[in-house]
Each structure stands twice: as C-alpha cells, then as structure tokens.
Design a protein around this ligand. Sequence first.
Ligand SMILES: [Zn+2]
Length: 127
Amino acid sequence: MGITRKRHDGGAFHPHVKKGDEVVILAGRSNGEQGRIVSVDPQRERAVVEGANLITKHEKGRGSGRNPMAAAQQQGGRIQKPAPIHISNLMVVCPSCGKATRVAHGEVGGGRVRLCKKCGQALDRTE
Ligand SMILES: [Zn+2]
C-alpha cells in the first residue's frame, strides 16, 4: 500500500542550495562570481558563500577593562568576511556538467533529491 504524503505544507522551506554547493552569484557586488557555500540560513533564506560578497568589518578591541593599549594590541582593525546573500540570487553549479542550473526536484526511495535541469544528474552525492 502506498502512503501519500502531502509535501507542500506551505510552512517548511527547503532551500534549493545547501552547504558545500558550488554556486554562481547572480546579483550584488559579487555578480557572476562563483564560490562554495559555507552556511545556509533557511529562516532568512540566506547563504554565505566563501570569498564572495565580502564586507569589511571594523573590529573593536575586546580587551578587558579600558586599557587603550590592550585594545591596540588586538590584531588588525579590519577583517573581511563574506556577507550572507539571498538564496534567490544563487544558482547551483552542477558537478556533473559544470553549468549553473536551476534545480529540479525528484524523489528516490521516498527521499528528496535535487537534479540538474541541464543534464538530469543528481546534484547531491548519493550514498
Ligand atoms: Zn548538469
């Protein structure tokens, strides 16, 4: 007997990208750049891409007390770190055909898999 389950509850959000994906950025200052996703925030629908969309942060010294010398000793006043990018601005690069592609969804053995729309290969490594 087959069990039919409703898959679109309207509540759960499944990002089409996930950690470790190679993606192309489609907007913003890193438009056209490619990088690897280091983290995804499904709640905010944002992802951080390694080396992309860098912002410069001015770190304040976190020395205990108010000793200005201690603050000055903190390494480097500025650090560059990638800012999160809205995932709608990201396109997955297919590991099989190497092209940026939209993601098709398929099901294998009841599990969701992401498929490349260009070549039809799974974007996720199957175990
Ligand atoms: Zn492909």
